[in-house]
Design a protein around this ligand. Sequence first.
Ligand code: APR
Length: 255
Amino acid sequence: MEGINKQVEKRREAVKRISSAKKITALTGAGISVACGIMPFRGRGGLWEKHDPIVADINYFLEHPAKSWAVLKEIQEVVEKALPNVAHFSLARMEDMGFLSSIITQNVDGLHQEAGNKVVIEFHGNTRRMICLECKALYPSVEISLDSLPPFCPVCRGLLKPDAVFFGESIPTAALLQAHVDAQQCEVMLVIGTSGLVEPAAGLPFLAQKNGACIIEINPEETVLTDSVTDIFLEGKAEEILPLLVDELSAINEG
Ligand code: APR
C-alpha cells in the first residue's frame, strides 16, 4: 500500500487530467458493483470460484439450459434486488458536471442507468432483460418466473436467455462500434473495477492510449493493465476513490 501523500498526489494529477480534458470515457467492470452485493467473476469470492464458467458458454447453455439456468437464476435474483452504490452515483454526478462523456460497461446489471447516467454502452448486454432465442422478443426479467427452469417465451415457447453476452457470442455490433469510437476519441479513459482479462473489452484502454488518451485506473489490486497501459493507478475501492474525485471536481466546477 502506498503512502498517503503519494495517493493524494496521484489523485490530484488525475483530477487535473480529467478537468482539462474535453472527452472522458469510463470503462467499468464487476468491481464497481461489488459494494452492491454483486459478486465479481474472478478472484477471491468470485463467481467463477463457486461455479464453472461453462454455464455462461453459449454452446453449453443451448445443450443444457436447465443446468445453466440453475446458476443464472442465482445471479438474476441478486442483480434484480441490487441498487446502485456511491461509485455509480459518482459517475452520474461526473456526467452531470460535464466531466464524463460516456460509460462503456462490461456489467450486465443496469446500475449505471439506474444511478442516472444517460450515455451508457452495454458492451455485454443487460441481464435485466431476457430474450427469446426463437422469436427474439425481449422481456423485463422481473416479469418472467424462474420457478420452473429453463424459462420459456410466453408467446412462442422458445427458450429464454438473459440478454447478456455469453462466452462464444459476439459483442452487439452497435455497442462494439460506439465503444471503439469513444475509446479513440477520449482524452482520458477511467478504467474502473475490471481485471482486464476479457477481450475485446480489455483492448479498449490500449486503443485509447494509442490515440493519445491518459489512462486512469481505479482498483484495490493491480491488474494486467496496471504496468502495461495505466498512466495513473489509483489504488482503492471504486466506492472510496470516486467520491473523492467528485469532491475535487465539484470544487473546480464551482470555483
Ligand atoms: N472497487 C473497484 N474494483 C474492485 C472492487 C471495488 N470495490 N472490488 C473488486 N474490484 C476489482 C478486482 O480487483 C478485479 O480487478 O474488480 C475486478 C473484477 O474483475 P472480474 O471479476 O474479472 O470482472 P470483469 O473485469 O468485469 O470481468 C469481465 O468477464 O466473465 C466475464 O462477462 C463477464 O463482463 C465480465 C467479464
